[in-house]
Design a protein around this ligand. Structure first.
Ligand code: NDP
Ligand code: HSE
Length: 439
């Protein structure tokens, strides 16, 4: 049976998962491919470290370059993470004429244009299914299954760590810091967990989805990004009382050739299809003009689900190799000249309902002063709830608005913050009422 040589750079959570999947599913992979996938070399930093799988120590090296230049390696799998060394390794592999598989969303969201441009020039494949949604085949769904559609919108929960933290805080009321530590222990979090909790990892993934869904390039700076580290137990509790869940959502829309892309904590009604997506699970809702709503759901992080996606890319490329073709499906699903540079809609122009929480002095007339500011900015209030009583002291005052323009909302909050009856910076969380059909 024909053999195809693989070289892994990175032997951590996902790297060991890849070895495990290739070993455990050897028979079915062979039956599906008709070729044998053989790991020829693995690069890591510390060859003596105990790993979750055992491999022949002779294939281990600390030199990524050795892996890339090995003539028996046809597919280089980059699982190092970060953007510096990883970029160097990926570009070197492509220049060497090797096909590449990577799970690195940070790299592709920042240097995708360079990586895909070079790959197209060199006629090699780049697989990156694991870069968004862990084990969920969302990249292939957009590039292939839904390629007949004009994609109008995407709404997703695409960071397992953040979703794990918010779910635990909602269901068990745990402290943010403790739940984060647990997610790190389970191998879900990025090397720097700031990426997970500040929405940066979600923005990286959303950038990739925007590229594929709308056929446009987008800079990370054009994705409004807000994380979950400021979400308090109090807001989680109020959300629950009001019939909402707080989720870190990635939202991208393309209307009249204008793209909006944003990542922020969002209150969604308990009936919303994304509200039941708990723990490390991810889900992506896609709206295509022909197909309508499509929802994909699965494990968004972790050793085996992520390895499942990485190995699927390896198998896809192996199929091309055996048939003597490459880049049958372009990296982003568009021919090179098919990619556009669409206009980006500024965050200030979005219009959504808002959940607002003020710490306000409990005395007559306070509400009318706050609502007066909203009136002056043309913001309409849907409901007001005062939690508790503390005459003369400060109490939480929760206001839900009708649809309001972000720019006006921010201006109103700046004014309200200065009122002498308001004792702390107001909290605001955007609401998405739609159950997804119109994204
Ligand atoms: P880990 O930190 O667990 O593993 C990184 C690996 O890279 C380690 O084995 C490390 O070696 C090796 N390494 C680092 N620098 C070098 C270098 N210069 N040369 C050779 N090897 C090097 O990361 P993960 O496995 O969690 O993540 C890998 C990639 O997959 C990242 O891009 C991540 O964003 C992505 N990803 C991760 C998911 C997850 O659930 N963990 C899910 C989806 C994507 P050593 O072990 O010796 O230190
Ligand atoms: N840190 C990421 C997450 C890994 O928690 O979703 C998967 O990309």
């Amino acid at each position: 049976m024909e053999k195809i040589g693989l070289g892994l750079i990175g032997f951590g959570t996902v790297g060991t998962g890849v070895v495990k999947v290739l070993e455990e599913n050897r028979a079915v992979i062979r039956e599906r491919l008709g070729v044998e996938l053989v790991i020829k070399r693995i690069a890591c930093r510390d060859r003596t470290k105990k790993r979750a799988v055992e491999v022949d120590p002779l294939i281990l090296t600390t030199s990524a370059e050795e892996v890339i230049r090995d003539p028996d390696v046809s597919i280089v799998v980059e699982l190092v993470g970060g953007t510096e060394s990883a970029r160097e390794f990926v570009l070197m592999a492509i220049r060497e004429g090797k096909h590449v598989v990577t799970a690195n969303k940070a790299l592709l969201s920042e240097y995708g244009r360079e990586v895909f441009g070079l790959a197209t020039q060199m006629g090699v494949d780049v697989g990156f299914e694991a870069s968004v949604g862990g084990g969920i085949p969302v990249i292939r769904a957009l590039k292939e299954g839904l390629c007949a559609n004009r994609i109008e919108g995407i709404t997703g929960i695409i960071n397992g760590t953040a979703n794990y933290i918010l779910t635990r805080m909602t269901e068990e009321g745990g402290r943010f810091e403790d739940v984060l530590k647990e997610a790190q222990r389970k191998g879900y979090a990025e090397a720097d967990p700031t990426y997970d909790i500040e929405g940066i990892d979600t923005a990286h993934k959303l950038a990739i989805l925007v590229n594929i869904a709308f056929g446009t390039w987008i800079d990370l700076a054009d994705i409004y990004t807000e994380g979950i580290s400021h979400i308090t137990e109090l807001d989680v509790e109020f959300a629950r009382e009001l019939g909402y869940r707080i989720k870190l959502l990635a939202i991208a829309k393309c209307e009249d050739d204008r793209v909006s892309a944003r990542v922020h904590p969002t209150m969604i009604p308990t009936g919303h299809p994304l509200s039941t997506v708990g723990g490390v699970y991810n889900a992506v809702h896609i709206y295509g003009n022909a197909v309508g709503s499509v929802m994909l759901y699965g494990m968004g992080a972790g050793m085996m689900p992520t390895a499942s996606a990485v190995v699927s890319d390896i198998m896809d490329i192996a199929r091309n190799i055996t048939r003597g073709v490459s880049a049958r499906v372009p990296p982003l699903g568009y021919i090179q000249n098919g990619m556009k540079q669409l206009e980006i809609r500024p965050m200030e122009t979005i219009e959504v309902p808002y959940y607002l929480r003020f710490s306000a002095i409990d005395r007559p007339g306070v509400l009318s002063r706050i609502s007066g500011v909203f009136g002056a900015h043309n913001i309409s209030i849907a409901s007001v709830i005062q939690k508790g009583r503390d005459i003369g002291g400060a109490v939480p005052l929760v206001i839900i608005t009708h649809h309001a323009r972000e720019k006006e909302l921010r201006k109103a909050l700046q004014e309200i913050e200065k009122l002498d009856v308001v004792t702390a910076k107001p909290v605001y969380i955007r609401i998405e009422e739609s159950s997804g059909e119109d994204t």
